[in-house]
Write a protein that binds this ligand. Structure first.
Ligand code: C2E
Ligand code: CA
Length: 418
């Protein structure tokens, strides 16, 4: 048994006590430090506070399945290697999960103990290599030697530093990709927009979620390079899919980091693409998170006005997360407000929540803004928001973010039932 394997931690998530017991015994025998959780909620609490080398989750669990759990867990454990185990997982879900690099392995139940141990060992080796390389990168400039394998602290500050180093050395074309999440018209059930969302698969650190690496990138100038890559790729997608993306009323949206917006060159780059005919502004939307508006309000307004004057639709993202006071909406040169998914949770069951959202929708519309609701996860969410007069709906109830190949299939399935 290798020394680093003795120090490695494995999280087991399964609602069947007998499975936890059996699997735990096999891994304990191999000297792993095993932590068990009998449901995804319990496991998420654990992953927020402890780091693991390998996470093994069952597919079929009540409330949240293994794929959803692993997607969530990834946000807290970008360096973990994940596995899904199941006897009867939904094949499409598993394929999507592997395509999105949420999980590295799918092991069908009943599993063979030897195979489990081999896979866990492989996951640990991969993580050790990633951490060693990240330490080398982090210490290159200071001339320090990397610490021995197994002594990596894994604390948040060190991880942020690693992520920034990986980003700086990343080959964007090889490591980045865009996925596209539909926005559905509440009246017709047809797809009237797509939002491009960035994915990063680092050969060193694995898959890292955008809400982990974007805030880190914003600390340095690398966010501008990332933003430029997203802008160019989104424009290319618009042209590749022009028969769909350049149809009446359709908008292809992409996210712009506040810092990027405030960088003087960004709007010039957008304008250059428009001037060369590579981006059609009337069919484009930029989503800017509301916190940007607060940091440097005047400059933010100037840049948004320039974009708006070019014909691009401006959407204020994540509305309701607490950064923007309602009176900012009055002053911002924006056309659309996107309600954050935290506002949507509970509209179907809590009267207060329903009334608040209803009033926000009415308020935004009264000042001429269009309302898009994010985080529509169930049919009741869609129905409530439609009844409130919200124009567009977006969320897992309709579709997750899709690769271009998956998008083809989903387009054939519309209109959706609202
Ligand atoms: P966002 O712009 O608010 O994007 C929505 C996020 O919510 C996406 O996560 C999406 O996958 C997720 N989502 C959509 N529908 C649902 C749902 O029904 N339920 C739940 N639980 N989640 C849903 P993702 O792709 O991980 O992106 C996270 C954030 O990262 C984005 O939040 C955005 O702020 C940032 N981001 C993503 N791509 C880019 C980019 O190209 N540039 C910049 N600057 N930021 C980006
Ligand atoms: Ca967005």
């Amino acid at each position: 048994m290798l020394k680093q394997q003795q120090q490695s931690k494995v999280l087991l998530v399964d609602d069947e006590a007998s499975v936890l017991k059996a699997l735990g015994r096999v891994l304990l025998y191999e000297d792993y430090h095993v932590v068990k959780a009998s449901c995804p909620a319990e496991a998420l609490e654990v992953v927020k506070n402890q780091s693991f080398d390998v996470i093994i989750a069952d597919y079929r669990m009540p409330i949240m399945n293994g794929v959803t759990f692993l997607r969530e867990a990834r946000r807290f454990q970008p360096f973990s290697c994940n596995f899904i185990l199941s006897g009867d997982a939904d094949t499409d879900d598993v394929i999507e999960c592997m395509n999105d690099d949420v999980a590295e392995r799918f092991l069908r139940k009943p599993w063979d103990n030897k195979r489990i141990v081999e896979e866990v060992n492989a996951g640990v080796r991969k993580r050790d290599k990633a951490h060693l390389l990240s330490q080398i990168l982090a210490n290159e400039s200071s001339g320090k030697m990397p610490p021995p394998v197994g002594e990596y602290s894994g604390n948040n500050l060190a991880q942020s530093h690693d992520v920034l180093q990986h980003l700086k050395s990343a080959n964007f074309d090889n490591e980045f990709s865009l996925v596209y999440q539909p926005k559905v018209c509440a009246k017709t059930g047809r797809i009237v927009g797509l939002e491009s969302l960035l994915r990063w698969n680092s050969p060193i650190a694995g898959v890292i979620a955008p809400d982990v690496f974007i805030p880190i990138a914003e600390e340095g100038s690398v966010i501008n390079d990332i933003g430029e890559w997203v802008l160019n790729e989104t424009a290319r997608f618009q042209m590749r899919w022009r028969s769909f993306t350049l149809s009446d009323g359709f908008r292809l949206a992409f996210n712009v980091s506040p810092k990027q917006l405030l960088d003087g060159c960004f709007v010039d780059k957008v304008k250059a693409l428009i001037d060369s005919g590579d981006l059609i502004p009337e069919y484009t939307c930029i989503e800017i998170t509301e916190s940007a508006a607060i940091d440097d309000f005047e400059r933010c307004c100037t840049q948004l006005t320039r974009l708006s004057d070019l014909g691009i639709q401006v959407a204020i993202d994540d509305f309701g997360t607490g950064h923007t006071a309602i009176n900012y909406l009055l002053k911002l040169p924006a056309h659309v407000v996107k309600l954050d998914r935290s506002l949507i949770q509970g509209v179907e069951s809590e009267e207060k929540s329903y009334n608040v959202v209803k009033n926000v929708v009415a308020m935004a519309q009264s000042i001429g803004m269009k309302v898009v609701a994010e985080g529509i996860e169930i049919a009741q969410h869609a129905l409530c928001l439609k009844n409130m007069g919200c124009e567009e709906l977006q969320g897992y109830h309709y579709s997750r973010p899709l690769t271009e190949e998956q998008l083809l299939k989903v387009l054939a399935q519309q209109p959706f039932k609202v």
